[in-house]
Ligand binder design. Structure first.
Ligand code: NAD
Ligand code: DAU
Length: 354
């Protein structure tokens, strides 16, 4: 692993991963390939060592651009985060998810396959695909957690597009012996997450005294993982994972959504003792549910624990406190990513009719 391209490195997990990688490995050169959609922010990468890090703006669907990049930078490792990642947006506009998540992954795979076959035939290489637990569908109370062999049953256009990309990646291993690994991870939270997702949106709204929109009855269950733990898992898969294998990654933290929102409110009550909005819980509003809302996810992480020795290191409460503190002390970042027409448009499209 010498020249790594991280796709989607200006997004939430990608930017955290680049920071983690540059900290833990002094020998790699990291190319952040990102088109900078509404979800990509170069502010999330400020202050990085520019000797070992370079931003390259481009589209994973642009084959000429990809071929040039792989050739010029002699890319031997791909860590593929770039995607449309928000379920609610996939309900509004599924086409963009097909384009980016399915076709984009195909174009990236095909570029890597051809470049590696011609130029790095006998060298170590890796294509790591970052995916989601949502490909497995939904659980009810008492159902067994998702494991690596659970059949795929995606329910949203987002989940279906990620499932499709996972199948493509798998097929490139099976058919072309391409050195791939896949990780399927649960809900991440932490610094630099765009406030369209539950946790940062609740922090942002609560601080401003705005309603906290909880979908349905708030009883849905996700598994929550602090983003740095996810980055560590990906790094361990890159360095010790078995080619062709899939690893489930999760946080062993599964309260219902309403409990998460209440925890955030309590933390804010303590951190902002002079806020006029205390108790912040008063801001909670139950709103119309997400169409097709998956009830529960739970992920079995015994394979990655057993084979690679990875376990999550953050308890939910500790991770939430760190996250709230980060958002409170990074108002410049928050203002810059939310002070756009596109953010306000999204809030009005998604919430005004609920
Ligand atoms: P994000 O939406 O924050 O970031 C996505 C990034 O991809 C953005 O920087 C965007 O500009 C970039 N991008 C989009 N289309 C592109 C294109 N055509 N070419 C180049 N770049 C493009 O996403 P995230 O939450 O950081 O998720 C990253 C990956 O991890 C996704 O593949 C997602 O499916 C997966 N994942 C996310 C979570 C989670 O909880 N956020 C959990 C499990 C898996
Ligand atoms: O499970 C992994 C997935 O987690 C990732 O693959 C996705 O990229 C990521 O976006 C996330 O998907 P979710 O739909 O679970 O995340 P979100 O933060 O949008 O919602 C979390 C839960 O909170 C979900 O049950 C819906 C609910 N919710 C969300 C929002 C934005 C609300 O109740 N109110 C809201 O305003």
């Amino acid at each position: 692993m010498k020249n790594i391209v991280v796709t989607g490195g200006a997004g939430f997990i990608g930017s955290n991963f680049i920071r983690y990688l540059l900290k833990i490995n002094n020998d790699v050169k990291v190319y952040n390939l990102d088109i900078l959609t509404y979800a990509g922010h170069l502010e999330s990468l400020e202050g990085l060592d520019t000797g070992r890090y370079e931003f390259v703006r481009g589209d994973i669907n642009d084959r000429n651009f990809l071929e040039k990049l792989f050739f010029e930078k002699q890319i031997d490792t791909v860590v593929h985060f770039a995607a449309e990642s928000h379920v609610d947006r996939s309900i509004q506009d599924p086409g963009q998810f097909v384009q980016t998540n399915i076709l984009g992954t195909y174009n990236l795979l095909e570029t890597a396959r051809q470049y590696w076959a011609k130029n790095l035939a006998n060298m170590p290489k890796r294509f790591h695909h970052v995916s989601t637990d949502e490909v497995f569908g939904m659980l009810n109370h008492g159902d067994a957690a998702f494991h690596e062999k659970t059949p795929y049953a995606p329910n949203s256009p987002y989940a279906a597009s990620k499932a499709s990309s996972d199948h493509l990646v798998r097929s490139y291993f099976h058919t072309f012996k391409m050195p791939v690994t896949i990780s399927n991870c649960s809900n991440n939270y932490g610094p630099y997450q765009f406030p369209e997702k539950l946790i940062p949106l609740m922090i942002l709204n609560a601080v401003k005294g705005l309603h906290l929109p909880v979908y349905g009855d708030g009883q849905q269950i996700r598994d929550w993982l602090y983003v740095e733990d996810h980055c560590q898992a990906i790094y361990m898969i890159l360095t010790s994972g078995v080619i062709g294998e899939t690893y489930n990654v999760g946080g062993n933290n599964q309260p219902p959504n309403i409990d998460i929102v209440k925890m955030i409110c309590k933390i804010l009550d303590e951190k902002l003792p002079s806020s006029p909005y205390i108790p912040h819980e008063k801001l909670i509003h139950f709103v119309q549910d997400r169409p097709g809302h998956d009830f529960r996810y739970d992920i079995d992480i015994s394979k990655i624990r057993r084979e690679l020795g990875w376990i999550p290191t953050h308890e939910l409460e500790q991770g939430l406190i760190k996250t709230v503190e980060w958002y409170l002390s990074n108002s410049n970042w928050l203002n810059s990513v939310t002070g756009t027409d596109s953010f306000q448009d999204w809030i009005s499209i998604n919430y005004s009719k609920r």
